[in-house]
Design a protein around this ligand. Structure first.
Ligand code: SAH
Ligand code: DHB
Ligand code: MG
Length: 231
């Protein structure tokens, strides 16, 4: 049992619980035709993003790493009435594809796509006074996950969530001989979480159509913060 079965199960779950409509289908088609890498979240993961946003009653969402806007559409569909989503993408060509996909999904009015290296764009967002965010999805260049998390934490509302994708990477997270910047960053991220009194967090390993990976879910101002039980 392996990757083929993981994909079959993802397909099964997708078909029953997270089916594509025309806009999601069109987004993948347009992204494929434009030659974007096929590294978007899976449909079940996309559905998770929608459910988290809805359960938070999210009115402000921040996303690092738009690609073709596939995860953006799932997130945008979870927004509450009047909500807004800011998504950050470094590659202008990807951003152009994303704009079309977001537009076709009817979300152009609620999605604010900013093009540039996230670390360069953040100070401008800060100056605009954006946030606080109910939900942040960190899914850009993995070497900067800790920096994106630090910023997201400062701009999260109490009770908000921060989700980071691709933190396990085939288990490389615990392979101390793997010193690649992307993996070291995931360990640094976990070490930050371990000592950060304002959050409670966990990491869930996943298998599926995207192989073996995992994501971290961080609750800002969780039980430890409010009861002072870690003090
Ligand atoms: N969230 C998307 C997938 C994102 S893939 C989805 O699931 O549909 C990662 C994206 O991050 C790529 O599009 C890449 O161009 C972008 N990226 C890489 N480095 C970045 C940076 N420094 N700032 C912003 N985006 C970046
Ligand atoms: C890959 C997967 C991702 O979810 C991502 O955000 C970036 C890269 C990958 O499989 O290479
Ligand atoms: Mg990802």
């Amino acid at each position: 049992m392996g990757a083929d079965r993981w994909t079959e199960v993802d397909d099964y779950v997708s078909r029953l619980l997270a089916p594509h409509d025309e806009a999601l289908e069109a987004a993948l088609r347009a992204s494929g035709e434009a030659g974007l890498p096929e590294i978007q979240v899976s449909p079940p993961q996309g559905q998770l993003l929608t459910l988290l946003a809805r359960s938070l009653g999210a009115k402000a969402i921040l996303e690092f790493g738009t690609l073709g806007g596939y995860s953006t559409i799932w997130l945008g569909r979870g927004l509450a009435e009047g909500g807004r989503l800011i998504t950050l993408e470094a590659d202008p060509d990807y951003a152009e594809v994303a704009r079309g996909n977001i537009d076709r999904a009817g979300l152009a009015g609620v999605v604010d796509l900013r093009v540039g290296q996230a670390l360069d764009v953040l100070p401008g967002l800060e100056a605009e006074g954006v946030g606080p965010f109910d939900l942040t999805f960190i899914d850009a260049d993995k070497a900067h996950t800790p920096e994106y998390f630090a910023w997201a934490l400062e701009h999260a509302r109490p009770g908000g969530l921060i989700v980071a994708d691709n933190v396990v990477r085939d288990g490389a997270l615990v392979d101390l001989e793997d010193l690649s910047p992307t993996i070291e960053a995931q360990r640094r991220f976990h070490e930050m979480l371990a000592i950060e009194p304002r959050v409670d967090a966990t990491t869930i390993q996943t298998v599926g159509s995207k192989g073996y990976d995992g994501f971290t879910i961080v609750l800002v101002g969780g039980a430890a913060a409010s009861t002072g039980s870690d003090a």
